[in-house]
Ligand binder design. Structure first.
Ligand SMILES: Nc1ncnc2c1ncn2[C@@H]1O[C@H](COP(=O)(O)OP(=O)(O)OP(=O)(O)O)[C@@H](O)[C@H]1O
Length: 327
């Protein structure tokens, strides 16, 4: 077994990148495990700088480490051979049709011509292209261009994909299909993925781990599972109709209740799933119908807002990306 499979796909220490007077990355240390990792952060927090630095497209002022099984930044060229990169911006060559665009990437990656063409068709099939592969890329919709970039990133079968906003511009059906593909690549094909996005529900649906960058520093690094788990046990209840009487009785039983008027839902603190029968009894006693009763999870949106606005000083283990989230 190679080291990246056990020790993570990226391990970097004390990385700093300045553009003139701007500190885009400040002493970033991070270990990203195998799987799908969401890279989040407000605009200007350093996500693109980190991605381009990992790809060796930018020179950092300090820092070193490993990407896959290669020394970083020393082996940047060979690292790039092993990464499929989907950039945020359009990057097609005018005049080429879809299949030629993917085949060009295959050839540039070193695949022989026949094998490159075969792989290109396979990847375009995987991305849901039909006859449109024979049309000029300039005529493609935004969604088709995203899928084309995805096929180009995959064509040389890299173990690591870095995807920068891959669902931007996709309609809801295409977005679901793209997320399904990303998850499928990880679970069925053993790929690891770094997914940079502003769309938090995408992170919730496909990521195993989450990195949040703020102002060039890693503010959060943890598994989605850990981040989602409230510090104390909580239950989430949706009711049919007015829950006022139920809330009064739950509070009389000694629990703290938060009500969300918009969704007609309650969050009851201090009660675990195993004790949920108490809530059913209270609902029956207060004539309240329960639609759903389930363990509460922290909202990624709230975590992001708290961290981005500096409201939530995350614990040092979460802020230090090198701490062992994979264990
Ligand atoms: N070529 C450059 N020259 C000068 N400053 C730059 C350059 N590229 C980025 N920056 C600055 O570095 C900081 C980090 O930028 P970066 O593009 O990495 O952030 P980001 O998190 O990717 O932002 P976004 O979400 O808007 O894409 C910002 O302050 C940005 O203005």
């Amino acid at each position: 077994m190679t080291s990246h499979e056990t020790d993570g796909i990226v391990e970097i220490h004390s990385v700093s990148k300045r553009y003139g007077a701007i500190d885009a990355l400040r002493d970033v240390s991070l270990r990203i495990p195998v799987g799908v990792t969401g890279l989040l952060g407000p605009n200007g927090s350093g996500k693109s700088t980190l991605i381009k630095s990992l790809l060796g497209l930018l020179k950092v002022q300090s820092g070193a480490g490993r990407v896959l099984d290669f020394q970083w930044p020393r082996d940047a060229r060979i690292i790039r051979d092993h990464i499929g990169y989907l950039p945020e911006d359009d990057c097609y060559i005018a005049g080429l049709i879809g299949i030629e665009s993917v085949t060009l990437m295959a050839r540039l990656s070193g695949l022989p011509s026949r094998e490159g063409l075969r792989r290109s068709h396979e990847m375009m099939d995987y991305c849901g292209f039909g006859e449109e592969r024979y049309r000029e890329v300039e005529s493609y919709s935004t969604g088709m261009r995203q899928k084309l970039k995805f096929a180009q990133a995959l064509v040389h079968d890299p173990p690591l994909l870095i995807l920068d906003e891959p669902t931007t511009g996709l309609d809801p059906d295409q977005r679901v299909a793209m997320l399904r593909r990303i998850r499928n690549l990880a679970t069925e094909h053993g790929k690891s993925v770094i997914l940079s996005t502003h769309i938090l529900p995408d992170v919730r649906s496909v990521c195993d781990h989450v990195v949040i960058l703020v102002d060039g520093t890693v503010r959060v690094f943890d598994s989605l599972e850990n981040l989602s788990r409230p510090i104390k046990p909580c239950m989430h209840i949706s009711t049919i109709g007015d829950p006022t009487r139920m809330i009064e009785q739950v509070e009389r039983s000694g629990y703290t209740v938060h009500r969300d008027i918009e969704t007609n839902s309650l969050r009851v603190e201090g009660i675990a799933e195993e004790q949920a029968s108490v809530l059913w009894q209270i609902a029956a006693a207060s004539n309240t119908s329960i639609r759903r009763l389930e363990p509460a999870v922290n909202s990624l949106e709230q975590i992001f807002m708290d961290v981005a606005l500096g409201k939530s000083p995350m614990s040092s283990t979460r802020a230090d990306g090198v701490d062992d989230a994979s264990s």
